[in-house]
Design a protein around this ligand. Structure first.
Ligand SMILES: Cc1cc2nc3c(=O)[nH]c(=O)nc-3n(C[C@H](O)[C@H](O)[C@H](O)COP(=O)(O)OP(=O)(O)OC[C@H]3O[C@@H](n4cnc5c(N)ncnc54)[C@H](O)[C@@H]3O)c2cc1C
Length: 295
């Protein structure tokens, strides 16, 4: 299933696993289930901190694989075979479940750990979707960090009845506790903002404490970010209200001929825009926080 080169690279990555993990693979007699079992056996064969258990009772989506620290109930699951663009999601889930720290912002990690309530995320993807892995990886990380969260990636191509029944029209589509939650690329920060209502209240209170803005720009795409930077450079107290910082660029992988840049990628460009805006002490807030704040 894995070629020699990928196996070698994976072997190197998996050496970062600190604590033992278990893969539970749910299989039947189908060819796809055999393929998934084969993949899981190859992975488990690479590292003695990884053990493998097989389920054939049909209690979970089949074929699927779940990953968890040994002795814990799995909270991260892949329904289908996480190859293609989701292979990185699989590798990260193995590493992070095994105690390898995420590179996500420390504040976001703490926010995910502190989330109260029950959150069961189901993410419909396709293996050729470039926007899907970010969403799967953010939700998997939340599930690894917080015992109240579970995350399952579902390859729509293998679970077409569900896709039809739940009227999934695009990927990624995320359901939370069985209800529509969102579509398209979403960052960990955006997902946390949507589910952590306490955070909106806390941030709105902090905003209310600040002096009023001279200029409040609505929109956080390239145009809004540029307007904010130019205003703030002149010493004007500036804020940005945006449903989604980054705008359309968040949905783009390859960007060509963006002003002064021959080629870049959406997430890279948004990260650099955000850093630039913050250097000029421009506050970025979403509509919910802006509405709740009083100044
Ligand atoms: C798939 C794709 C590929 C692309 N490739 C390229 C490329 O290669 N090169 C290139 O130069 N361009 C490319 N573009 C176009 C480029 O992304 C856009 O031209 C650019 O993002 C426009 O910037 P903008 O700031 O005007 O608007 P947008 O990026 O659309 O930003 C709008 C902002 O307004 C916010 N907003 C909207 N309504 C509200 C509301 N009611 N309340 C609060 N906030 C709101 C949004 O959340 C967002 O922050 C591509 C676009 C896409 C979708």
């Amino acid at each position: 299933m894995l070629d020699a080169n990928i196996k070698k690279q994976l072997d190197t990555y998996l050496q970062n696993i600190v604590n033992p993990i278990e893969i539970t693979v749910s299989v039947d007699e189908s060819a796809k289930a055999k393929e998934l079992l084969n993949l899981c056996q190859e992975i488990a064969g690479l590292n003695d901190k990884i053990s493998l258990k097989t389920l054939t009772d049909g209690s979970e989506r089949t074929p699927s694989m779940a990953i968890a620290p040994v002795g814990e109930k799995p909270r991260v699951r892949f329904a289908g075979i996480p190859m293609g663009h989701e292979f990185t999601s699989l590798v990260l889930a193995l590493l992070q479940s095994g105690g390898y720290p995420s590179k996500a912002d420390a504040e976001l990690i703490e926010q995910a750990r502190q989330l109260q309530g029950e959150f069961h995320f189901e993410t419909y993807i396709s293996l050729s979707c470039q926007n899907c892995p970010d969403v799967v990886q953010a939700l998997n990380l939340m599930a690894i960090l917080n015992p109240n969260v579970t995350s399952v990636m579902i390859d729509g191509a293998l679970f077409q009845e569900e896709v039809t029944e739940r009227q999934i029209m695009a990927v990624p589509t995320v359901l939370l506790n069985g209800k529509p939650f969102g579509q398209g690329r979403m960052t960990l920060k955006e997902i946390l903002s949507k589910v952590d209502s306490g955070a909106a209240q806390r941030e709105a209170a902090a905003l209310s404490e600040k002096d009023p803005y001279d200029v409040l720009i609505v929109g956080g795409g390239p145009a809004g970010a540029a307007a904010a930077i130019y205003a703030a450079r002149k010493g004007i107290r500036t804020g940005i209200v945006a449903e989604r910082f980054g705008g359309q660029v968040m949905d783009t992988v390859g960007i060509e001929n963006f002003i002064s840049v021959n080629y870049t990628e959406g997430p890279k460009l948004v990260a650099s825009l955000e850093q630039h805006v913050k250097e000029y002490e421009v506050d970025i807030m979403d509509n919910q926080r802006a509405k709740k704040a009083t100044s």
